[in-house]
Structure formats: C-alpha cells, structure tokens
Design a binder for this molecule. Structure first.
Ligand SMILES: Nc1ncnc2c1ncn2[C@@H]1O[C@H](COP(=O)(O)OP(=O)(O)OP(=O)(O)O)[C@@H](O)[C@H]1O
Ligand SMILES: [Mg+2]
Length: 310
C-alpha cells in the first residue's frame, strides 16, 4: 500500500494469506478450536455467500429467509476479554484458515490506533472513516457477481477500547464519541455494499461496548485465562523435547493456577512470554533447564492482574 508521508500512517503492514508463519501461529494456539471454527465459518460465508446458498438448497430447500438473515448480518466480530488471552494472535492469523478453506487470497489490514488522533477534533473520525473507505475500495475490486469472491479483506481494529466504549459514558471525550459514530457508519456501509470484507475488533472492555456496536456484532467472543487442562496442553507443547515427567508437568500446572492467595492463575502470555523465556535465559548458556527450577520460578512469579475496568 502506498503511503503519503504527510498523512499519519493509517494501516500497519498488511499481511497476505495464505502465509506459512500465520499458519504456524494459529496451530500453536491452545483451547481455541471452537473459536477458530466459528470465526473461519463466519468469515468464509461473508466471502462466499453462494456456498451457504448451495448448502441451504441441498439441506433446507424452503429455508431461504433463514439463510438471508445470515448473509445480511453486519460483518463485525468482537474479540473481548482478559489481557494476554490470544485475541490479537487469533485476529492476526485467522485469515490464513479462511484463505486455505476458500482457496482465495485474504488480506489483513490492521488499523493502527496507536497513530490515532491526539484528540484533535475530527482526527479520530477521519482515521476511522478513511480506514473503512480504504477497506471498502480494496474489497470492491474482489467482489464477484456470482459465486466465490476473488479475495477477501479483514479490517482489524485492535486495542479498540476507545471505540468500544459506550457513547453514553460521561468520561468519554467528544472526539471519541465521534469515532464510535464513524465506526458504526463504516460497519453499515460494508454490510450494505455486500463486499467480501469483515471487521474484527479486539477490546478488553466488553462491559463498556457501545450498545450500537454490540447490536451489530455477528459474534462476540469472550477470551479468558487458560484452564487447568489448557495449561497442561500449553506446557506439554512448549516443553516438548525437554523430558519433563508427568508429575513435574502437573506441578507446573498447579503452580500457575489459582492459589489460596490469589483468585486467578497465569494468563497465556504469562506462560509463553514471561515464565518460559525466563527459564530458558536463566539456564543459558551453561546448563540445561531443570524442571525443579522452572516450578520454583512459577511459584515465585506473580500472574498479570486480571483486567479491571477503570
Ligand atoms: N490460546 C493460546 N494458546 C497459546 N498461546 C497463547 C494463547 N493465547 C495467547 N497466547 C500467547 O500469549 C501471547 C499474547 O497473546 P495476545 O497478544 O493475542 O493477547 P491479547 O488477548 O491480544 O491481549 P491484550 O488484551 O493485552 O492485547 C501470544 O503471542 C501467545 O504467545
Ligand atoms: Mg491484543
């Protein structure tokens, strides 16, 4: 995508799927099979409504209106929930699954809210409106009158807390309210134009989600910390090749769970981005990793606090 240096950068680097790196990252996610299935189907139907029509004619020949209600849904999915629970990871990689299933190229356009307006009137609105404008124009070229689209676009709005907030909250800045309005208009435009494009929004603040945004979401997925089984599977995968015994793995799972002193365990990222790298770097370069030491480290490490609404 060309970039005018006089304008704030709208999108971070776009990713084109299929992409082997995204495929790997998606395969590494634990406990997400249902979410992956739902999301891939939802995006797949947007890209290829004809496929759903054929399915309907085969299985429910008289159920046209039912299928219409699926096809006409606004193309918005909200991924919400705790920090470090895989929202961004899933949003950035799901396009690979869709591309492979539908056998078409999928483009991920990640909107950079980091470069969002510094509160100057009109900036946020401008940013959101141009993002939808660009996604729409890319997707329009991919639309096909009948059958499968030639490609699809996923507009990713990550860290969308400002946009997720309810316009009714008093603390909300005027400019942010205008941003939410622009977002809602954008979703409606995408829905009405019937182009192969969908929006994935990630936020920690589901409770503050604007009712008008919530109403439009085809799906609201809630992400949480790993359960006991999910931690076991995370450790088993990530420590493959280290020959930890079953009881050592169990001890690790326990040390990273809830305790009498705290009502929450480790997040996914506490394990993959803090505990395990710390264990590697402590052992490196002179000694191998010892299970007993990793368990100790887990016991003395504090998990990230659960995301609290301010
Ligand atoms: N389900 C999972 N299985 C395996 N690893 C995971 C999972 N979820 C998250 N992780 C790990 O945690 C890291 C952080 O996840 P991610 O950035 O997706 O969190 P997030 O939900 O977007 O958090 P935040 O709300 O802070 O943005 C990932 O890079 C990955 O290593
Ligand atoms: Mg994130």
């Amino acid at each position: 995508m060309s970039h005018n240096p006089n304008q704030p950068r709208l999108f971070e680097r776009a990713t084109e799927f299929p992409d082997p790196d995204a495929q790997d990252r998606l395969a590494r996610l634990v406990g997400m099979d249902d979410k992956i299935h739902t999301l891939a189907n939802l995006l797949g139907v947007l890209v290829n409504p004809e496929g759903l029509r054929k399915w309907q004619q085969k299985h429910h020949a008289d159920a046209g209106p039912l299928v219409d209600s699926v096809i006409r849904r606004p193309p918005l999915v909200v991924l919400s929930g705790d920090v470090g629970s895989g929202k961004t990871e899933l949003a950035e990689t799901i396009g690979d699954r869709v591309a492979r299933q539908q056998k078409i190229p999928v483009t991920l356009m990640p909107l950079s809210l980091a470069s969002r307006g510094k509160g100057m009137v009109g900036e946020m609105t401008q940013l959101v409106s141009s993002a939808f404008e660009q996604a729409l124009s890319v997707a329009e070229k991919l639309k096909s009158e009948r059958g499968v689209a030639r490609g699809a676009v996923i507009l990713l709005v990550d860290e969308a807390d400002a946009l997720a907030q309810s316009r009714e909250t008093d603390q909300m800045h005027h400019e942010d309210k205008a941003g939410v309005n622009a977002f809602i208009r954008g979703i409606d435009r995408l829905a009405n134009s019937g182009v192969p494009a969908a929006v994935i929004m990630c936020t920690n603040r589901l409770h503050a989600l604007d009712p008008a945004v919530r109403r439009r979401a085809a799906e609201i997925m809630v992400f949480s910390r790993p359960t006991t089984e999910q931690r076991l599977s995370l450790f088993t995968r990530n420590l493959a090749g280290l020959q930890f015994s079953k009881s050592e793995l169990t001890a690790l799972v326990q040390a990273t769970g809830e305790t009498t002193k705290r009502d929450h365990g480790f997040s996914y990222s506490d394990i993959t981005q803090r505990l395990l790298p710390a264990a590697v770097l402590e052992a490196y370069p002179d000694a191998p990793i010892r299970a007993a030491r990793v368990i100790e480290m887990a016991q003395s490490m504090q998990p990230t606090p659960v995301y609290q609404a301010r």
